[in-house]
Design a protein around this ligand. Structure first.
Ligand code: PLP
Length: 407
């Protein structure tokens, strides 16, 4: 991306011109949430001002228009993920709710005492706790794929964990701490050779790399709108229709029913079976706008620019004495976790903040991973396509000052 294109893109994000403690904001916390382009915010505003009526059940004009917009958003998401059918897209509140949905409904239909679930050591708590809760309910076990010192999954260990008790494999496409891009296609192929389904947590992948769920052959793929420049409170569960038809509804209520009597309720067809209650039809349309926006820039172009930022920042960080980068996988997305000497990550984060730089510190909701590394946490800088090398220069200078103060 050249300078002019970048300036053009940055102008779409009003928040990037904010001052923090009188300093220019440098926002390197994109793995936690991304900033929103003007078109997404305008879509939300336009939705509430001009298109607001409850969907699906209304015969009146506004309700029909809102329904059309919500269902068009579903089609946009299906196209974005290259799903075979639009009814395989379920709107949820986010990645977390999507995983809870699968853990609960799949668990209800297919799991029993003694069964096992395979996760990896680098999972976010949202891809651990719902499965752990299922294990507690049913008397099952979690099995964990280890990784090497670079933060790459040990595929031989993975193969050895699969057995006749394994019911599902659930892994992150991209680690939110290490930035590792996991070989999910291979993970899926191996699981499928044992007829075991796979859920892929794509929260950190979809903003950075093109995803094709059919090519991956993923059984379930989940992501959050707010991490891909869309609104908070909306996310996506993609599921192959044979799986979604085979598992029971997650929540009961309006929309998800076909017929209700006090004696028996029959359920609606896909995707509505999994969308109980009034959906967030304003956020779904704003998410579709965010997807349109990133596709207009081009995911290949985004990946290329972010990779340049990753390489540039990694090289600059390595100039700092006692720098330790946590996660040096060959295939990495634009997330850098690090520690410097014995300085506590929290102290670095607090001082960087005072210089206008937003990074995240701590365990990043991946406590088992941090514990396995024997560290107190990390400082994490994560980049989006609107970040620049000039911002990295300011960050590195600031970090050098901070390290000097704390050493
Ligand atoms: N999975 C990964 C890999 C994440 O990075 C995150 C958020 O940081 C989540 C799941 C949870 O996403 P959400 O809080 O939007 O549900």
């Amino acid at each position: 991306m050249n300078k002019e294109q970048l300036q053009h893109i940055r102008a779409d994000f009003p928040i990037l011109t904010e001052k923090i403690y009188n300093k220019d904001l440098i926002y390197f916390d994109n793995a936690a949430t991304t900033q929103k382009p003007r078109c997404v915010v305008e879509r939300i505003e336009n939705g509430y001002y001009h298109l607001n009526a409850n969907i699906h059940r209304g015969v009146h004009y506004l309700s029909q228009k809102a329904t059309e917009a919500h269902e068009a958003a579903r089609t946009s998401v299906a196209e974005f993920l290259h799903a075979a059918k639009r009814e395989e897209i379920i709107f949820t509140r986010g990645t977390t709710e999507a995983i809870n949905l699968v853990a609960t409904s799949f668990g209800e239909a297919f799991c029993k005492t003694g069964d096992e679930i395979i996760l990896s050591v680098m999972e976010h708590h949202s891809n651990i706790v719902p499965w752990q809760m299922l294990c507690e309910r049913k008397g099952m076990k979690l099995r964990v794929i280890p990784m090497n010192e670079r933060g790459e999954l040990d595929m031989e260990a993975y193969k050895s964990l699969l057995n006749e008790h394994t019911k599902i494999v659930s892994v992150a496409h991209v680690s939110n701490v290490l930035g590792t891009i996991n070989p999910v296609k291979e993970i899926i192929q191996i699981a499928h050779s044992h007829t075991i389904p796979v859920l892929v947590d794509g929260a950190q992948a979809v903003p950075h790399i093109p995803v094709n769920v059919v090519e991956l052959d993923a059984d379930f793929y989940v992501f959050s709108g707010h991490k891909i420049y869309g609104p908070t409170g909306i996310g996506v569960l993609y599921g192959k229709s044979n799986w979604l038809n085979a598992i029971p509804p997650y929540q009961g209520g309006g929309e998800m029913i076909a017929n209700v009597t006090f004696e028996k309720t029959t359920y609606n067809e896909l995707p509505f079976k999994f969308e109980a209650g009034t959906p967030d039809y304003i956020s779904s349309t704003a998410l579709a706008e965010a997807l349109r926006y990133v596709q207009e820039i081009g995911l290949d172009k985004i990946a290329e620019h972010e990779h340049e930022l990753l390489t540039y920042c990694t090289e600059k960080l390595m100039e700092i004495k006692d720098m330790r980068i946590i996660g040096t996988a060959k295939e990495k997305s634009s997330v850098i976790s690090f520690l410097v000497g014995n300085i506590h990550p929290y102290d670095m984060g607090i001082l960087l903040d005072k210089l206008g730089i937003a990074v995240r510190t701590g365990h990043h909701c991946a406590q088992p991973l941090i514990d396995s590394l024997g560290i107190p946490g990390t400082v994490r800088a994560s980049f989006a396509f609107y970040n620049t090398k000039e911002e990295i220069d300011v960050f590195i200078d600031a970090l050098k000052r901070v390290v000097k103060m704390l050493s």
